[in-house]
Design a protein around this ligand. Structure first.
Ligand code: SAM
Length: 287
Protein backbone atom coordinates (compact mmCIF):
# COMPACT_ATOMS: atom_id res chain seq x y z
CA UNK A 1 0.00 0.00 0.00
CA UNK A 2 1.54 3.35 -0.94
CA UNK A 3 1.33 6.30 1.45
CA UNK A 4 0.54 9.79 0.23
CA UNK A 5 2.79 11.92 2.44
CA UNK A 6 0.36 14.82 2.11
CA UNK A 7 -2.26 12.88 4.04
CA UNK A 8 -0.16 11.11 6.70
CA UNK A 9 1.84 12.17 9.73
CA UNK A 10 4.69 9.73 10.26
CA UNK A 11 7.05 9.64 13.29
CA UNK A 12 10.32 7.90 12.46
CA UNK A 13 12.43 6.30 15.20
CA UNK A 14 16.20 6.42 14.63
CA UNK A 15 15.49 6.53 10.89
CA UNK A 16 14.80 2.77 10.75
CA UNK A 17 11.19 2.35 11.88
CA UNK A 18 8.09 4.52 12.06
CA UNK A 19 4.54 4.93 13.29
CA UNK A 20 2.10 6.92 11.19
CA UNK A 21 -1.48 8.14 11.16
CA UNK A 22 -3.52 9.38 8.24
CA UNK A 23 -4.92 12.81 9.08
CA UNK A 24 -8.11 14.51 7.88
CA UNK A 25 -7.01 18.02 8.87
CA UNK A 26 -4.01 19.88 10.25
CA UNK A 27 -5.53 22.04 12.99
CA UNK A 28 -2.50 23.91 14.29
CA UNK A 29 1.19 24.51 13.67
CA UNK A 30 3.56 26.88 15.48
CA UNK A 31 7.23 27.18 16.30
CA UNK A 32 7.67 27.94 20.01
CA UNK A 33 11.00 29.07 21.49
CA UNK A 34 11.54 25.39 22.39
CA UNK A 35 9.98 23.15 19.73
CA UNK A 36 7.65 22.76 16.76
CA UNK A 37 4.05 22.20 17.85
CA UNK A 38 1.58 20.48 15.50
CA UNK A 39 -1.97 19.26 16.06
CA UNK A 40 -3.82 16.99 13.63
CA UNK A 41 -7.29 15.49 13.43
CA UNK A 42 -6.97 11.77 12.61
CA UNK A 43 -9.70 9.18 11.90
CA UNK A 44 -7.79 6.41 13.73
CA UNK A 45 -6.85 8.09 17.05
CA UNK A 46 -8.69 11.39 17.20
CA UNK A 47 -6.73 14.57 17.73
CA UNK A 48 -2.96 14.18 18.15
CA UNK A 49 -0.33 16.55 19.58
CA UNK A 50 3.10 16.37 17.98
CA UNK A 51 6.20 18.06 19.44
CA UNK A 52 9.30 18.22 17.24
CA UNK A 53 7.91 15.37 15.16
CA UNK A 54 7.08 13.04 18.09
CA UNK A 55 3.63 11.84 19.16
CA UNK A 56 2.84 13.25 22.61
CA UNK A 57 -0.94 13.05 23.02
CA UNK A 58 -3.47 11.00 21.03
CA UNK A 59 -7.07 11.31 22.14
CA UNK A 60 -7.64 7.56 21.72
CA UNK A 61 -4.93 6.38 24.15
CA UNK A 62 -3.72 9.31 26.23
CA UNK A 63 -6.00 8.28 29.12
CA UNK A 64 -3.91 5.11 29.53
CA UNK A 65 -0.69 7.11 29.84
CA UNK A 66 -2.04 9.74 32.23
CA UNK A 67 -3.88 7.26 34.46
CA UNK A 68 -0.81 4.99 34.69
CA UNK A 69 1.51 7.91 35.39
CA UNK A 70 -0.59 9.23 38.28
CA UNK A 71 -2.79 6.63 40.00
CA UNK A 72 -0.33 3.86 41.01
CA UNK A 73 1.62 6.32 43.21
CA UNK A 74 -1.41 8.24 44.45
CA UNK A 75 -2.89 5.00 45.71
CA UNK A 76 0.23 4.10 47.65
CA UNK A 77 0.41 7.46 49.43
CA UNK A 78 -1.46 7.80 52.72
CA UNK A 79 -2.62 11.40 52.57
CA UNK A 80 -0.66 13.44 50.02
CA UNK A 81 -1.27 17.18 50.16
CA UNK A 82 1.15 18.68 47.59
CA UNK A 83 1.91 17.31 44.11
CA UNK A 84 4.18 18.53 41.30
CA UNK A 85 4.09 17.66 37.59
CA UNK A 86 7.23 18.50 35.59
CA UNK A 87 6.61 18.70 31.84
CA UNK A 88 3.07 17.54 31.18
CA UNK A 89 2.09 20.80 29.49
CA UNK A 90 -0.96 19.13 27.89
CA UNK A 91 -2.52 19.14 31.37
CA UNK A 92 -3.46 15.45 31.33
CA UNK A 93 -1.51 14.55 34.49
CA UNK A 94 -3.02 17.49 36.39
CA UNK A 95 -6.51 16.44 35.21
CA UNK A 96 -5.94 13.06 36.86
CA UNK A 97 -4.56 14.63 40.06
CA UNK A 98 -7.55 16.94 40.63
CA UNK A 99 -9.67 13.78 41.10
CA UNK A 100 -8.07 13.54 44.60
CA UNK A 101 -10.09 15.96 46.66
CA UNK A 102 -7.67 15.92 49.61
CA UNK A 103 -4.82 17.36 47.49
CA UNK A 104 -4.28 21.00 48.50
CA UNK A 105 -1.70 22.11 45.89
CA UNK A 106 -1.06 20.80 42.37
CA UNK A 107 1.82 22.52 40.59
CA UNK A 108 2.57 22.15 36.88
CA UNK A 109 6.07 23.17 35.81
CA UNK A 110 6.14 23.21 31.98
CA UNK A 111 8.93 24.99 30.09
CA UNK A 112 6.82 25.83 27.03
CA UNK A 113 3.70 27.93 27.67
CA UNK A 114 2.66 27.52 24.02
CA UNK A 115 2.13 23.78 24.56
CA UNK A 116 -0.32 24.50 27.36
CA UNK A 117 -2.14 27.32 25.59
CA UNK A 118 -2.62 25.22 22.42
CA UNK A 119 -3.78 22.15 24.42
CA UNK A 120 -6.30 24.27 26.32
CA UNK A 121 -7.88 25.07 22.93
CA UNK A 122 -7.57 21.75 21.08
CA UNK A 123 -7.62 19.21 23.97
CA UNK A 124 -10.08 20.70 26.47
CA UNK A 125 -10.94 17.28 27.90
CA UNK A 126 -7.25 16.56 28.58
CA UNK A 127 -6.31 19.98 29.95
CA UNK A 128 -9.46 20.77 31.95
CA UNK A 129 -7.73 20.03 35.30
CA UNK A 130 -5.71 23.22 34.82
CA UNK A 131 -8.91 25.16 35.65
CA UNK A 132 -9.03 23.64 39.15
CA UNK A 133 -8.43 26.30 41.85
CA UNK A 134 -5.66 24.12 43.34
CA UNK A 135 -3.70 24.03 40.06
CA UNK A 136 -0.69 26.38 39.82
CA UNK A 137 1.20 26.71 36.50
CA UNK A 138 4.89 27.68 36.44
CA UNK A 139 6.31 28.10 32.92
CA UNK A 140 10.03 27.48 33.34
CA UNK A 141 12.69 24.77 33.29
CA UNK A 142 11.63 21.98 35.63
CA UNK A 143 15.20 21.26 36.76
CA UNK A 144 15.68 24.85 37.96
CA UNK A 145 12.20 24.95 39.54
CA UNK A 146 12.52 21.77 41.57
CA UNK A 147 16.03 22.71 42.75
CA UNK A 148 14.41 25.62 44.62
CA UNK A 149 12.22 23.30 46.69
CA UNK A 150 13.19 20.96 49.51
CA UNK A 151 11.06 18.75 51.73
CA UNK A 152 7.94 20.17 50.07
CA UNK A 153 6.10 17.71 47.82
CA UNK A 154 4.39 14.42 48.68
CA UNK A 155 4.34 13.34 45.02
CA UNK A 156 6.35 14.43 41.96
CA UNK A 157 5.54 13.24 38.43
CA UNK A 158 8.00 13.78 35.58
CA UNK A 159 6.04 13.77 32.33
CA UNK A 160 8.90 14.79 30.05
CA UNK A 161 9.74 14.56 26.38
CA UNK A 162 12.67 12.40 25.23
CA UNK A 163 16.20 13.26 26.44
CA UNK A 164 16.78 15.82 23.68
CA UNK A 165 16.61 19.61 23.66
CA UNK A 166 15.08 21.04 26.84
CA UNK A 167 14.16 17.50 27.90
CA UNK A 168 17.82 16.54 28.39
CA UNK A 169 18.00 18.31 31.75
CA UNK A 170 15.28 15.96 33.03
CA UNK A 171 17.48 12.88 32.60
CA UNK A 172 20.47 14.06 34.66
CA UNK A 173 21.45 12.65 38.08
CA UNK A 174 21.54 16.19 39.49
CA UNK A 175 17.88 16.58 38.53
CA UNK A 176 16.98 13.27 40.19
CA UNK A 177 18.81 14.39 43.34
CA UNK A 178 16.84 17.67 43.32
CA UNK A 179 13.62 15.69 42.99
CA UNK A 180 14.58 13.52 45.97
CA UNK A 181 15.45 16.61 48.00
CA UNK A 182 12.09 18.21 47.10
CA UNK A 183 10.15 15.23 48.46
CA UNK A 184 8.86 15.00 52.01
CA UNK A 185 9.76 11.84 53.97
CA UNK A 186 7.73 8.95 52.53
CA UNK A 187 7.14 10.89 49.30
CA UNK A 188 7.02 9.22 45.88
CA UNK A 189 8.40 10.38 42.50
CA UNK A 190 7.31 8.78 39.22
CA UNK A 191 9.24 9.22 35.97
CA UNK A 192 8.17 8.26 32.47
CA UNK A 193 11.19 6.18 31.49
CA UNK A 194 10.64 5.52 27.77
CA UNK A 195 10.27 2.32 25.74
CA UNK A 196 12.08 -0.85 26.86
CA UNK A 197 11.63 -1.99 23.25
CA UNK A 198 12.86 0.94 21.16
CA UNK A 199 14.87 2.86 23.79
CA UNK A 200 16.25 0.05 25.92
CA UNK A 201 19.53 1.92 26.55
CA UNK A 202 17.72 5.04 27.78
CA UNK A 203 15.43 2.91 29.94
CA UNK A 204 18.33 0.92 31.42
CA UNK A 205 20.52 3.98 32.04
CA UNK A 206 17.66 5.98 33.57
CA UNK A 207 16.71 3.22 36.00
CA UNK A 208 20.37 2.91 37.02
CA UNK A 209 20.63 6.65 37.64
CA UNK A 210 17.40 6.58 39.68
CA UNK A 211 18.69 3.66 41.75
CA UNK A 212 21.93 5.57 42.41
CA UNK A 213 19.89 8.46 43.85
CA UNK A 214 16.97 6.73 45.58
CA UNK A 215 18.53 3.38 46.44
CA UNK A 216 18.77 0.00 44.75
CA UNK A 217 15.34 -1.25 45.87
CA UNK A 218 13.65 2.15 45.82
CA UNK A 219 13.43 2.68 42.05
CA UNK A 220 10.82 0.26 40.70
CA UNK A 221 9.80 0.13 37.02
CA UNK A 222 6.31 -0.71 35.85
CA UNK A 223 4.68 -0.97 32.42
CA UNK A 224 1.66 0.05 30.39
CA UNK A 225 0.71 -0.20 26.71
CA UNK A 226 0.48 3.13 24.86
CA UNK A 227 -0.23 2.31 21.18
CA UNK A 228 0.87 5.74 19.83
CA UNK A 229 4.28 5.60 21.56
CA UNK A 230 7.35 3.88 20.02
CA UNK A 231 6.99 0.11 20.44
CA UNK A 232 3.69 0.56 22.37
CA UNK A 233 5.16 -1.03 25.54
CA UNK A 234 5.95 1.97 27.78
CA UNK A 235 7.73 2.22 31.13
CA UNK A 236 7.45 4.31 34.24
CA UNK A 237 9.73 4.15 37.25
CA UNK A 238 8.38 4.75 40.75
CA UNK A 239 10.91 6.04 43.31
CA UNK A 240 10.48 6.14 47.06
CA UNK A 241 11.97 8.71 49.42
CA UNK A 242 12.20 6.80 52.66
CA UNK A 243 14.13 4.28 54.68
CA UNK A 244 11.28 1.73 54.71
CA UNK A 245 11.38 -0.85 51.92
CA UNK A 246 8.49 0.24 49.73
CA UNK A 247 5.42 -1.88 49.44
CA UNK A 248 4.00 -1.50 45.94
CA UNK A 249 1.12 -3.84 46.61
CA UNK A 250 -1.96 -1.77 46.86
CA UNK A 251 -4.61 -2.78 49.33
CA UNK A 252 -7.24 -4.22 47.01
CA UNK A 253 -10.28 -2.00 46.70
CA UNK A 254 -8.37 1.01 47.98
CA UNK A 255 -11.02 3.62 48.68
CA UNK A 256 -8.73 6.30 47.25
CA UNK A 257 -9.11 5.01 43.69
CA UNK A 258 -11.37 7.56 41.92
CA UNK A 259 -14.49 5.88 40.54
CA UNK A 260 -14.29 7.58 37.14
CA UNK A 261 -11.23 5.82 35.72
CA UNK A 262 -11.08 4.04 32.34
CA UNK A 263 -7.91 1.99 32.63
CA UNK A 264 -6.42 1.79 36.14
CA UNK A 265 -7.70 -0.54 38.86
CA UNK A 266 -6.11 -2.67 41.58
CA UNK A 267 -5.53 -5.68 39.29
CA UNK A 268 -3.99 -3.48 36.58
CA UNK A 269 -1.80 -2.01 39.34
CA UNK A 270 -0.44 -5.43 40.31
CA UNK A 271 -0.01 -6.54 36.69
CA UNK A 272 1.91 -3.36 35.77
CA UNK A 273 4.62 -4.18 38.32
CA UNK A 274 4.89 -7.80 37.14
CA UNK A 275 7.81 -7.34 34.76
CA UNK A 276 8.81 -9.55 31.80
CA UNK A 277 12.26 -11.15 32.14
CA UNK A 278 13.89 -8.93 29.47
CA UNK A 279 12.70 -5.79 31.28
CA UNK A 280 13.98 -7.12 34.63
CA UNK A 281 17.33 -7.79 32.94
CA UNK A 282 17.45 -4.26 31.44
CA UNK A 283 16.66 -2.81 34.87
CA UNK A 284 19.03 -5.24 36.62
CA UNK A 285 16.26 -6.44 38.89
CA UNK A 286 16.69 -9.76 40.64
CA UNK A 287 13.59 -11.05 42.44
N1 SAM B 1 3.62 11.97 27.62
C1 SAM B 1 4.68 12.51 26.78
C2 SAM B 1 5.82 11.53 26.69
O1 SAM B 1 5.82 10.54 27.44
O2 SAM B 1 6.70 11.76 25.85
C3 SAM B 1 5.12 13.84 27.33
C4 SAM B 1 4.08 14.88 27.11
S1 SAM B 1 4.37 16.48 27.68
C5 SAM B 1 3.69 17.35 26.35
C6 SAM B 1 6.12 16.73 27.61
C7 SAM B 1 6.44 18.17 27.97
O3 SAM B 1 7.72 18.27 28.58
C8 SAM B 1 6.50 19.14 26.76
O4 SAM B 1 5.38 20.00 26.81
C9 SAM B 1 7.82 19.88 26.93
O5 SAM B 1 7.73 21.25 26.61
C10 SAM B 1 8.10 19.64 28.41
N2 SAM B 1 9.50 19.82 28.80
C11 SAM B 1 10.61 19.40 28.13
N3 SAM B 1 11.72 19.75 28.80
C12 SAM B 1 11.31 20.42 29.93
C13 SAM B 1 11.98 21.02 31.03
N4 SAM B 1 13.34 21.02 31.11
N5 SAM B 1 11.24 21.59 32.01
C14 SAM B 1 9.88 21.59 31.94
N6 SAM B 1 9.17 21.04 30.92
C15 SAM B 1 9.89 20.46 29.93
Amino acid sequence: MSINQDEWFIEAYDGISAFGLKFSEKLYEAQSPFQKIEIFETPAMGRVLILDGCFMVAQKDTFIYHEMLIHPAMNLLANPRKALVIGGGDGGAVTELVKYKYLEEITLCEIDEMVTSSCRIYFPEVSRGLDDTRAIAAFEDGAAFVARHSNHFDAVFVDSTDPVGPGKALYEVTFYQSIKNSLRPGGIAVFQTESPIFMSDVFSETVEKLKSVFGNDRAIPYLAVIPSYPGAMWSFTMCFNGDRKPCIDMASGNENVPASLNYYNSKVHSAAFSLPEFVKNLARIVD
